[in-house]
Design a protein around this ligand. Structure first.
Ligand code: FAD
Length: 506
């Protein structure tokens, strides 16, 4: 009998184990690897300028270490753009909602360049120098001259004559108004400062205070303008006409919304040829987004480290970050747990488009040619409309008009204002907040975690550009709070201009 010593036994056993292992690996497939972790998902509700800007800035600012995330945008309509939309009146396309951009709307300018869009100026007139008339229900209390000419000296003369007429009626208060608007615009420009010097804001109040704009949201435009000694006539007439056109409201809106509204009457206004909605569609195409059209989100629930978004189509999506990019005032998204935001109502603006001809008798005139191309109105509850403007002059007896009103205009009313109508289109917009100074702001971060609200900023002012500015800040909040990205790192700033570079270009 052979006696096996214990070291030999150990060596033999080891050899046996190795042989066994080799034979197993030669015949059996390797155990399956765990599935790769799904990339983090950022889900955005709303494909207007707010939602699309957010996707753009998330991609623009994300550093290579944090770039692997999925963006989904949910849009209840079958098209993108939200309140940027066009209307087709007898084959002509016009802006139906947001129509004008300011020359200092730098993000909109950046988008135009990035997306190769074409600038159109100015968007709402049929002639080179449209006339303005202020209607009090009985007479035009003020009128400027209009003249359709390409000759620069004629345009200059008309503009000079109009300046003289305006100063004669409203005096040098106009300069104070101008200076108020310019100083507010200058403060707003701080939001384009480089990201090194600009904080990431966790609340709207903080964002407004940093730029020196918060105090303007605590008082009404009327009080603010009286405070800087604007003439009451200027406030009752010209200023009122402008706030009624731009926000459908009186000078009781907040000082900040009022200043933004007055800036919307500046020179150099522009729009995008073919429709402002193209900014949203271009940004979405450019930002590697999964776009879910016809998908209305009905609930957002916080479940552990995810948000579950459920749509009315019965689908369910899990996202680590959820963003609401639509006003919550008239949509019925259920939140679990509940979120708390101050009550706010939207100002409804009825936009009525008419192809036809105004009735001069309605305005106490004997010829259509005497009706100003832009008719604005003062505050009087009996006046059925806020403004009427000529969008296109087909010929002397056939024009396309846009009318803004606070209530819908029924056929009887329209039949007194127009001598004939070939086509009428009515759109009821939940247009912008009904401003109520002192304004109360909803939080940017709705639940203290990763549920964000872009349209909290609309209580400051509602414009395409302010939505973009708010979205830019929220993109930075997400990248720093969720992804832990340091405030300034980015992989993409060489290939895209950021706002700092953009301003240098302009
Ligand atoms: C008549 C009018 C005139 C205006 N004029 C100007 C102007 O001249 N200049 C200017 O700068 N601004 C103007 N504005 C304001 C401007 O339109 C808005 O401030 C801006 O477009 C808001 O963009 P947003 O993306 O924040 O919201 P929205 O454009 O409202 O986008 C929100 C999107 O979310 C979608 N949505 C809502 N609920 C859900 C849901 N549950 N699930 C999925 N999708 C959902 C909506 O369909 C919409 O597409 C005007 C607005 C109106 C109505």
């Amino acid at each position: 009998m052979v006696v096996v010593t214990s070291p030999t036994l150990i060596i033999l056993s080891l050899l046996l184990i190795i042989l066994l292992l080799l034979s197993v690996s030669a015949t059996d497939p390797p155990p399956p690897l765990p599935p790769p972790a799904e990339p983090t998902a950022v889900c955005i509700v709303g494909a207007g300028i707010g939602g699309s800007s957010l996707a753009h800035f998330l991609r623009l600012y994300s550093s290579p270490d944090h770039a692997d995330f999925r963006i989904r945008i949910f849009e209840r309509n079958g098209f993108v753009g939200g309140r940027m939309a066009t209307v087709n009146v007898s084959g002509d396309i016009f802006e139906a909602g947001a129509s004008i951009l300011h020359p200092k709307n730098f993000y909109a300018l950046e988008y135009t360049k990035l997306l190769n869009l074409t600038i159109k100026e100015p968007s709402s007139s049929s002639s080179s120098s449209p006339s303005l008339g202020i209607w009090d229900g009985k007479k035009f209390v003020f009128k400027t001259l209009g003249f359709d000419s390409d000759l620069p000296f004629v345009q200059k003369l008309v503009s000079l004559a109009n300046s003289v007429l305006t100063v004669l009626r409203y005096g040098f208060s106009l300069l104070k108004m101008e200076s108020f608007v310019q100083s507010t615009v200058a403060k707003f420009l701080r939001y384009y400062e480089s990201r090194e010097s600009r904080p990431i804001f966790e609340s709207v109040e903080e964002m407004l205070k940093w730029a020196g704009l918060y105090n303007l949201t605590t008082t009404t435009l009327g009080l603010k303008l009286a405070d800087i000694r604007l003439s009451p006539l200027l406030i009752e007439e010209l200023v009122t006409v402008i706030t009624r056109i731009n926000y459908g409201q009186s000078v009781a809106i907040s000082g900040l919304a009022g200043a933004v509204s007055l800036a919307g009457a500046d020179g150099g206004l522009w729009s995008i040829k073919g429709g402002n909605w193209q900014m949203a569609s271009g940004l979405i195409d450019h930002s590697n987004v999964a776009l879910h059209l016809h998908e209305e989100i009905e609930s957002i629930s916080s479940i552990g480290k995810y948000y579950e978004l459920n749509s009315t189509n019965g689908k369910s999506y899990k996202c680590e970050v959820a963003v609401v990019a639509t006003p919550l005032d008239e949509v019925s998204i259920r939140f679990t747990p509940l979120v708390s935001i101050p009550k706010r109502s939207l100002q409804h603006t009825h936009a009525t488009f008419v192809r036809g001809l105004l009735n001069p008798e309605y305005f106490g005139l004997d010829a259509v040619s005497k009706i100003p191309e832009l008719v604005g109105t003062i505050e009087d509850p009996d006046l059925p409309f806020s403004s009427i403007s000529v969008l296109k002059r087909h010929d002397e007896k056939d024009m396309t008009y846009k009318i803004f009103s606070r209530k819908p205009l029924d056929d009887d009313v329209l039949d007194t204002i127009f001598s004939f109508r070939a086509e009428t289109i009515r759109i009821n917009w939940g247009a912008y907040p009904h401003y109520n100074a002192p304004e109360e702001f909803a939080p940017f971060i709705l639940d203290g975690r990763h549920l964000y609200y872009v349209n909290a900023f609309e209580n400051a002012a509602s414009t395409m550009e302010t939505s973009a500015v708010s979205a830019e800040n929220i993109a930075r909040l997400i990248l720093s709070r969720f992804f832990g990205q340091p405030p300034f790192s980015s992989s993409n700033l060489e290939s895209h201009s950021d706002s700092g570079t953009l301003r240098a270009d302009l």
